[in-house]
Write a protein that binds this ligand. Structure first.
Ligand code: PRX
Length: 674
C-alpha cells in the first residue's frame, strides 16, 4: 500500500497506550512531572546532580538577573568531554561500545569508551599544540565519520567553542560562518562518501579561506584522510589529522570550566538574510541533553543500540548524536552515507546488522520510504527496534501510523519531539513508557519546561484552540544569545510577548500550535518567513538575496510550498533583467538559477522550481504578497487580491507558471498536506 492510498487515516482517531514491556521498565517516572510542577528549580537542580559529574558543585540553580540571558548552575564547574568519556571509563564502562560506525562503502569501526577517551585526549593535545585554548573557536567541516565526534569532544575538552558547519554547505556559506565566528582552526577531511562517490570537502575550505584573504583568522587546517582523493596542500597551514594525533601525547588532564563557559555556536536560518550563530554553554545544556535523551528515548544504556540519523552539522546531531547519548554512556550507531546507497533498503539492513533498538529520524525520511513501499523494510528483520522518534517538522498521522506499523512492528511507541536549535534540547514530547500516544501530536512539555499557546496579544488561549507557541520560563539548555548580536537576540525571541518592566520574559518560538481539550500540543509549522525543507531550516529572504545577487536577476520572491515528501519545498519567482532576456529560454534561466542557489548556499537550498515571470504581486506600498505566490505554487485558487497595486498581475503569474519550469519528484502527485 502506498502512502497515497491511506487518505482515510488523515484524521487518525486511534490512541496508543504504552506497550506493557516498555511501561514496566520505563526510565521516566510520573514523579518527574509532579516534582517539576511543584518545584521547577529544585527539579532541575536534582537532574543536574543526577546527570552530570561536577568538578565543583553548584550552589545556585538559576541566575535570571541578566534576563533574557540565563545563567544556570553558574558557580559550578565541569568538563563536558570528561562527562561524556572519562567518567564512564572510571566507572568501569571502558569496554562498552561508544560508537559503532558504518561508512557508506560498508567499512565498519567499533570504538569503546576507553578508545574514544584515548582518541579525544590525543586530539585535545594536538589542538592545544596548535594554540587552541579556552574560548577559541574551531570550525568543523567533516563528513559523518567518528573523527567528527572526536573533534567536537576534543574542542569541548579544552574549553574551546566549536562551530560545526554541515558538509553540504557551500564554500560561501562556510566562509560566512568562519568569518562570523572568527575561527582559529578548521577541521575538515579530504572527502567523504555520498551516493557511491567521494565528495571533496577540502576544496571548499581552500575556497572559503581564499575568499577571506587577509581577513582570515584561521591559522591551521587539520585534514582527516577519508576519501583518499587528491587535494591541494598549503604546507604552512595544512596538517594531516593522523600526523598531528600521532605526534601528540596520550595523556590529557581535563580542566574544569565554569558551567556558563561557551560550548558551541551553531548557525541557523532566521527571517532575515544572514544566518545567526546560536550560542550554547556547558552545564545547563549538558544537563537537559542527558535528561531528555534518557527519558524521552527510555534509554537503557547497558542494552540499547541508539541511532539518530541526523548529521552532526545540525543541532539534532549535536544533542542527540553526541552530547546526550555519550553523557548517558549509550552505544551510538553512526552511518556516513545516504539511505538509498547502494540500495533502497540500506537503513533497514543497518538496523538488522547492528541490532539498533532506538531510531530517531525525520518525517521526510519516513515519507520517502513510504513512497518506495513497505516491501523494502519488510525484507529485513527490524524486531530489535523498541522505540521510534521523530523530529524536525510536524509528522502527519499517515506517516506516523506507517512508521509505527511497518518499522515499529505495530508495537514500538513513537515520540514526536518538538524543539529548535535555540532550545538546545527536546522541549515537547511524549514519554514512551508513560504517555498514551496521539498520532500527529507532540503532546506534552517535558518535565521542567513551561509552554503556553498564546494569542497575538500574548493571552493564553483556552483549549481547544490555536495560537503561537511560547516558552514562559527559562530552561537549562536555552540559547545564551546570538554570537556577536545581542540586539538581534532580544528582538527575535523576546520582544513579542515579554514585559521587561514587569520582569516578565517570554520566549517566542516562531511556531504556530494548537492545544486540544486534554492539553496536548499539535505543532502547525512556522508563522514567519522561515521554511522547513526536509526538516532543515531555510530562510526565504536568504534565498531571495542569493537570487538577486545573480547578475541576470532583477527581482526575486521565494516561498515555501507544501511538498508531499520534504514537507515544504523552495519555490522561486524571478524577474530576469530586461537586458539579459534574450540570452536564454525560460527553462534555461530556471535551471541556471536553481544551480546558482545550490552553489551559493548548498544543495539543500536548491529551489524545486524557479518560475520566470515578468511581474511580482505587490501591495501599493511595494510589499511582495508571498501568500498569493504560495497559492500558485500549491495549485490552489488564488486568495484575495484586492490589496494588490495591480490585480491583473496574479493572472499573468498563474499563466506563466502554469506548467512547472522544472520537473520534480512530486510532479503529478496530489498537492495536499496533512
Ligand atoms: O518549526 C519547528 C520545526 O523545526 C523548527 C526548528 O528547526 P531547527 O532549529 O533546524 O531544529 C530542528 C531540529 C530540532 C521549529 O521551529 N520542528 C522541529 N521539530 C518539530 C518541528 N515542527 C513540528 N514538530 C516537530 N516535532
Amino acid at each position: 500500500m502506498s502512502s497515497y492510498e491511506i487518505e482515510s487515516l488523515l484524521t487518525e482517531a486511534r490512541r496508543f497506550p504504552p506497550p506493557a514491556e516498555i511501561a514496566e521498565g520505563s526510565i521516566a517516572h510520573p514523579d518527574l512531572y509532579r516534582q517539576s510542577r511543584e518545584d521547577r528549580l529544585g527539579f532541575w537542580a536534582d537532574r543536574a546532580r543526577e546527570c552530570v559529574t561536577w568538578a565543583k558543585p553548584f550552589t545556585q540553580t538559576l541566575d535570571w538577573s541578566g534576563a533574557p540571558v540565563a545563567r544556570w548552575f553558574a558557580d559550578g564547574e565541569l568538563n563536558v568531554a570528561a562527562n561524556c568519556l572519562d567518567r564512564h571509563v572510571d566507572a568501569g564502562l571502558g569496554d562498552r561500545i561508544a560508537i559503532r560506525w558504518e561508512g557508506e562503502p560498508g567499512d565498519v569501526r567499533t570504538i569503546t569508551y576507553a578508545e574514544l577517551t584515548a582518541e579525544v585526549k590525543r586530539a585535545a593535545n594536538a589542538l592545544a599544540a596548535l594554540g587552541v585554548g579556552q574560548g577559541d573557536r574551531v570550525a568543523i567541516y567533516l563528513p559523518l565519520i567518528p573523527e567528527a565526534v572526536v573533534a567536537m569532544l576534543a574542542v569541548a575538552r579544552l574549553g574551546a567553542v566549536h562551530s560545526v558547519v554541515f558538509g553540504g554547505f557551500s564554500a560561501q556559506s562556510l566562509h560566512d560562518r568562519i568569518l562570523d565566528a572568527g575561527a582559529k582552526v578548521v577541521i575538515t577531511a579530504d572527502g567523504g562518501y555520498r551516493k557511491g562517490k567521494v565528495f571533496a570537502l577540502k576544496p571548499a575550505v581552500d575556497e572559503a579561506l581564499g575568499l577571506l584573504g587577509s581577513a582570515s583568522t584561521v591559522e591551521h587546517v587539520l585534514v582527516v584522510r577519508r576519501g583518499e582523493n587528491d587535494i591541494a596542500w598549503d604546507a604552512d597551514r595544512d596538517l594531516w589529522w593522523h600526523d598531528a594525533l600521532r605526534a601528540a601525547p596520550a595523556e590529557h588532564a581535563a580542566e574544569a570550566f565554569e558551567a556558563e563557559n561557551p560550548l558551541f555556536i551553531l548557525y541557523t536560518s532566521g527571517t532575515t538574510g544572514k544566518p545567526k550563530g546560536i550560542l550554547h554553554t556547558s552545564g545547563g545544556y549538558l544537563v537537559q541533553s542527558a535528561f531528555t535523551h534518557r527519558n524521552v528515548f527510555d534509554l537503557h544504556p547497558e542494552s540499547d543500540v541508539y541511532w539518530c540519523t541526523a548529521d552532526i552539522g545540525w543541532v539534532t546531531g549535536h544533542t542527540y548524536v553526541v552530547y546526550g547519548p555519550l553523557a548517558n554512556a549509550a552505544t551510538v550507531f553512526l552511518y556516513e552515507g545516504t539511505p538509498d546507497t547502494p540500495h533502497p533498503g540500506r537503513w533497514w539492513e543497518l538496523i538488522e546488522r547492528h541490532g539498533v533498538t532506538i531510531l530517531y529520524t525525520a518525517p521526510t525520511a519516513i515519507r520517502s520510504f513510504m513512497k518506495l513501499g513497505r516491501q523494502i523494510p519488510q525484507g529485513f528483520d527490524l524486531t530489535s527496534l523498541r522505540i521510534l522518534g521523530s523530529v524536525g517538522e510536524p509528522i502527519n498521522p499517515e506517516a506516523w501510523v506507517w512508521y509505527r506499523d511497518v518499522i515499529g512492528g505495530e508495537r514500538a511507541p513513537i515520540v514526536d519531539t518538538w524543539w529548535q536549535t535555540e532550545t538546545g534540547t527536546i522541549m515537547i514530547s511524549a514519554m514512551p513508557g508513560l504517555t498514551t500516544l496521539k498520532p500527529g501530536s507532540a503532546q506534552l512539555p517535558v518535565p521542567g519546561v513551561r509552554i503556553d499557546i498564546l494569542t497575538e496579544e500574548g493571552v493564553r488561549v483556552d483549549p481547544p484552540n490555536g495560537g503561537l507557541l511560547a516558552v514562559t520560563e527559562p530552561w537549562p539548555s536555552m540559547l545564551r544569545g546570538i554570537w556577536g548580536d545581542p540586539e538581534r537576540y532580544l528582538e527575535t525571541y523576546w520582544s513579542k510577548f515579554s514585559r521587561p518592566d514587569e520582569g516578565k520574559w517570554v520566549y517566542f518560538a516562531g511556531d504556530g500550535a494548537h492545544v486540544d481539550e486534554d492539553g496536548d500540543i499539535w505543532l502547525l509549522g512556522r508563522v514567519d518567513d522561515v521554511m522547513n525543507v526536509s526538516g532543515h531550516r531555510l530562510s526565504t529572504t536568504e534565498i531571495e538575496s542569493t537570487l538577486v545577487a545573480n547578475p541576470m536577476v532583477a527581482e526575486a520572491a521565494v516561498v515555501g510550498a507544501s511538498d508531499e515528501t520534504t514537507g515544504q519545498a523552495v519555490v522561486a519567482y524571478v524577474i530576469v533583467k530586461q537586458s539579459r532576456r534574450e540570452e536564454h529560454t525560460d527553462a534555461e534561466f530556471s535551471e541556471l538559477l536553481r544551480a546558482h542557489v545550490a552553489k551559493e548556499i548548498g544543495a539543500i537550498a536548491r529551489p524545486r522550481q524557479v518560475y520566470i515571470v515578468t511581474e511580482l504581486p505587490k501591495t501599493r506600498s511595494g510589499k511582495i504578497m508571498r501568500r498569493l505566490l504560495r497559492d500558485v505554487a500549491e495549485g490552489r485558487p488564488i486568495g484575495d487580491t484586492t490589496t494588490l497595486a495591480d490585480p491583473a498581475v496574479m493572472k499573468l503569474i498563474e499563466e506563466m507558471s502554469g506548467s512547472p519550469a522544472t520537473t520534480s519528484i512530486t510532479a503529478g502527485l496530489p498537492k495536499r498536506r496533512r
